[in-house]
Design a protein around this ligand. Structure first.
Ligand code: COA
Length: 142
């Protein structure tokens, strides 16, 4: 396995992996080419990929809001699951965020996503049952 910071040139393989992994995908919103390439250029955002035989098998997005570090859009190729790829990516993104001085690292997980909950608990994340996620959207597609 080789780990690499992803660039704008990797947009197509990132999207392809998110789709194959079953992550929800907003082609006209935050996952459009323009939007993802803009995010990749942001200095506080890091796209990390894991490759096997030059094929992307895992991806994660880390971001630093200046207060907390966030882990987003984690996905592993279905054929390569349960081999520790996600743990490897979480570890890599945590290290990058810690280097930036972030002492709190968090993630949002949908309540039905038991595998992901188990994964983050295994990585020593604490589940907060007393927090609701609220958002305000310009429109449904963003
Ligand atoms: C969730 C996901 C990223 C896990 O990737 P992975 O590389 O298979 O995870 P790992 O091999 O690092 O698993 C580490 C631990 O997570 C838990 N886990 C992961 N997948 C699991 C599953 N299918 N069932 C039960 N536990 C699971 C286990 O505790 C596992 O440790 P173990 O294998 O020693 O039991 C992957 O299944 C995926 O891409 N799912 C679809 C996208 C998604 O839900 N992303 C998360 C958004 S928050």
């Amino acid at each position: 396995m080789k780990i690499k910071t992803l660039t704008q040139d990797d947009y197509d393989i990132i999207i392809d992996l998110w789709k194959r992994a079953g992550l929800s995908y907003r082609p006209n919103g935050r996952d459009s080419r323009n939007e993802v390439c803009r995010q990749i250029k942001e200095s506080n955002v890091l796209f990390i990929g894991v490759f096997e035989n030059n094929v992307l098998i895992g991806v994660v997005v880390g971001s630093d809001d200046g207060r907390k570090g966030w882990i987003n859009r984690l996905a592993v190729e279905p054929r390569h699951r349960r081999k520790g790829v996600a743990q490897f990516l979480i570890n890599a993104v945590e290290n990058a965020l810690r280097k930036r001085g972030r002492k709190i690292i968090c993630t949002l997980i949908e309540d039905w996503n038991e595998n992901s909950l188990k994964l983050f608990e295994k990585c020593n994340y604490v589940l907060h049952r007393d927090i609701f996620y609220l958002s305000k959207r310009e429109n449904e597609g963003v």
